[in-house]
Write a protein that binds this ligand. Structure first.
Ligand code: 3HC
Length: 290
């Protein structure tokens, strides 16, 4: 598959990442299908796309007609067969559970010709394992976008054990078409960014647990001391504490290295349903915000 052949992209999952990726592909001019298991999730995906774009309209950075065009290029659906029909690239962004991802890929494969490239947006799971569950391990690659996908410049392009060099070249060229920068990463737990970023966030929970500083001061220290746009807790609340815990569990399980042990406080917050902005409460409470 050559990047010039791509006319339609199918995105499986309409959560924060799936909707963001669908938006990016549509803004680059591609026809897009965005699929989720229930219509309410598809509708929520469209809301995630339209909301921030309408803020850009208010700021005079886009017209309402441009927003309508971005949305119109995206076909929302709950049907996998219709979502993948005519697509040259399928990007999966469903929750970070290996069995679920394999099941979604099996469904997609039933309706996809063999030349279609499969890309997973997993944060830390094995591309090789997912690829091995399909009949196209050489045309299976990781394309790891960052939240918010329409804003963040980077995509990690992950080479699984059997990913062909043609598929890597294809994925990198496609990133350029999206206006993104790609870095090629050999498969390893957490890849590059999450291997560095998530343990830092995890350690912030340990600092908080030890009473070394308040959450506000830990965030302030990292923002003012390292020029991060968000402190570790603001970022954890933004990306989801469950996502952070999943990544730490993967790093710990895959390496057996105690330096990746999830913080008990992070685990406790997730158990309590304090997942961050999406549930109204994480490290901080958002229920009182406008
Ligand atoms: N679509 C299009 N444009 C958008 C947008 C969207 N969904 N969301 C924001 N924007 C635009 C805004 O319109 C604005 O544009 P302008 O500069 O032209 O006016 C610009 O992006 C900045 O947005 P805001 O003014 O609303 O907000 P901030 O300036 O406060 O920036 C932020 C918000 C970009 C989220 C910034 O706080 C940031 O960079 N935070 C760190 C994010 C980060 O580290 N992400 C990676 C997380 S790790 C990850 O994703 C890996 C995963 O596996 C867990």
């Amino acid at each position: 598959m050559q990047v010039e052949d791509v006319k339609k992209v199918c995105v499986l999952g309409a959560g924060a990442m799936g909707a963001g990726i669908a938006q990016v592909c549509s803004q680059a001019g591609y026809a897009v299908a965005m699929r989720d298991i229930e219509q309410k999730f598809v509708d929520a995906g469209f809301k995630r796309i339209r909301g921030p774009l309408m803020k850009r309209v208010e700021k005079g950075k886009m017209t309402a007609a441009e927003v309508d065009a971005v949305v119109a290029r995206i076909q929302g659906t709950t049907d996998v067969a219709s979502a993948v029909k005519g697509a040259q690239l399928v990007i999966e962004a469903v929750p970070e559970k290996m069995e679920l991802k394999k099941q979604v890929w099996a469904e997609a494969e039933r309706s996809c010709p063999p030349e279609v490239v499969f890309a997973s947006n997993t944060s830390s799971l094995s591309i090789t394992e997912m690829a091995a569950s399909t009949k196209r391990p050489d045309r299976f690659v990781g394309m790891h976008f960052f939240n918010p996908a329409p804003v963040m410049k980077l995509v990690e392009v992950i080479r699984g054990s059997e990913t062909s060099s043609d598929t890597i070249a294809f994925a990198k060229s496609f990133c350029l078409k999206l206006g993104k920068e790609a870095v090629e990463v050999r498969e390893a737990p957490g890849f590059v960014v999450n291997r560095l970023l998530v343990p830092m966030m995890n350690e912030a929970f340990n600092l908080l647990l030890e009473g070394v500083a308040t959450a506000e001061d830990i965030d302030k220290a990292m923002k003012l001391g390292t020029n991060m746009p968000m402190g570790p807790f603001e970022l954890a609340d933004f990306t989801g504490l469950d996502i952070g815990l999943d990544t730490m569990e993967t790093l710990f399980r895959e390496t057996g290295d105690g330096k990746f042990r999830p913080s008990p406080l992070l685990r406790q917050y997730v158990r309590a349903g304090r997942l961050g902005r999406k549930t109204g409460k994480g490290v901080y409470d958002y229920t009182a915000s406008p």
